[in-house]
Design a protein around this ligand. Structure first.
Ligand SMILES: *Cc1c(COP(=O)(O)O)cnc(C)c1O
Length: 370
């Protein structure tokens, strides 16, 4: 009987915080205050300190964090926002929802992140912002992106959904842009028990705009200054996030050890390329461990027969999605994303995964290749 290895497991994390979370949930339950209370304020302070920014605004999910960030900057119809071609659809949806046009840029083939040199080729008079995504948890070339944005008077919005805990040149990602978006979807690096998200910024005005936008455009009850949304992090999720935040760096470091074992075990296999080459002075939070393999589908099927569950991030690029069928994207414009899409495979990785499990996956891959 072969042991099943899940793609992701909550067992270890949940066990570590079980008592604190139980206690916190009961306290919220008894407090009889469920939306925008002291738990959200407390978590916002803690998360702002963790990321190293002045303000954190808790919102309903990562997509809303992006959308509200763009709205707070006044981005809308007639504007263009530069975004990587290989990202989760949420990044691009947030832009189109504001009425602005998403301008997709092909990644650097070594990092899989947006290519700074190519961004420059797509800046027009309509460009308002650059929206880099730290894909799989690997920080983007923030110095290059910020320098380019400054030279052209553009805003920067980081999509930090996959990178909570990542560091670029001594600073946490999610602290570089004018306003930045975070997701606390359960399987993200810092996950809650449902949907949750946050916006971080050092700008007082943008913080107050975002705070209003998440709450019907209102700061004072029944006084509505902006046409806003209902997108608030709730008290239960905030309580859970406060309980989990102190463990986040430990979980990141544990995942880094597993990744080291994967990398060592897979090195020298010509048919397997490791994704996400780390640029200098970054700490990768390893939201996902992704390899490239030209026989990807056969490898995934073989691993599945051996009880190893894998995933693909992402099987269909945004510009090929039916949802964007009428947007006029042409796949010929994204040759690197086109070569990544059929080859990327995400292997199991989660806090609490065992070194022996990594070793077994490595030997199964070697078996498959030779
Ligand atoms: C998960 C994710 C989002 C959206 O977050 P949700 O909380 O699921 O709405 C946005 N961008 C990226 C890159 C993501 O991985």
């Amino acid at each position: 009987m072969t042991e099943e290895i899940p793609f992701y497991s909550f067992d270890y994390q949940n066990q570590q915080v079980r008592e604190e979370v139980q206690q916190a949930l009961l306290e919220v339950f008894d407090s009889a205050w469920y939306v925008l209370g002291e738990r959200v304020l407390k978590f916002e302070k803690e998360y702002a300190a963790y990321i190293g920014v002045k303000h954190c605004i808790g919102v309903g999910n990562g997509l809303d964090a992006l959308k509200i960030s763009l709205k707070a900057l006044g981005i809308g119809k007639g504007d263009e926002v530069i975004v990587p071609a290989n990202t989760y659809i949420a990044t691009v949806l947030a832009i189109s929802e504001t009425g602005a046009r998403p301008v997709l840029v092909d990644p650097d083939p070594n990092t899989f992140n947006i290519d700074t040199a190519k961004i420059a080729l797509h800046i027009t008079t309509r460009t308002k912002a650059i929206l880099p995504v730290h894909l799989y948890g690997l920080p983007c070339d923030m110095d290059g992106i910020i320098d380019l944005a400054n030279r052209h008077g553009l805003f920067v919005i980081e999509d930090n959904a996959q990178a909570t805990g990542s560091v670029y040149k001594g600073r946490k990602t999610g602290s570089f842009g004018h306003v930045n978006a975070h997701s606390f979807y359960p399987t993200k690096n810092l996950g809650c028990l449902g949907d949750g998200g946050a916006i971080t910024t050092n700008d007082d005005h943008l913080a107050s705009q975002a705070r209003m936008l998440r709450n019907y455009g209102s700061e004072i009850k029944y006084k509505n200054e902006l046409p806003g949304y209902n997108s608030r992090l709730d008290e239960i999720q905030a309580a859970v996030l406060s309980a989990k935040l102190p463990y986040l760096d430990q979980w990141r470091n544990e995942k880094a050890k597993l990744v080291e074992a994967y990398r060592e075990g897979l090195s020298g296999i010509q048919q397997i390329r490791l994704a996400g080459k780390e640029i200098d002075a970054v700490l990768h939070s390893h939201h996902l461990f992704v390899v490239k393999c030209s026989h990807r589908d056969a490898l995934a099927a073989y691993l599945k027969t051996q009880g190893v569950n894998t995933m693909i991030h992402y099987p269909i690029p945004v510009y090929r999605q039916q949802a964007y069928g009428s947007a006029g994207f042409d796949f010929h414009d994204y040759p690197i994303t086109e070569t990544l899409t059929p080859e990327v495979l995400s292997l199991p990785l989660y806090p609490g995964m065992k070194q022996e499990q990594v070793a077994r996956i490595v030997s199964l891959i070697r078996e498959f290749i030779f």
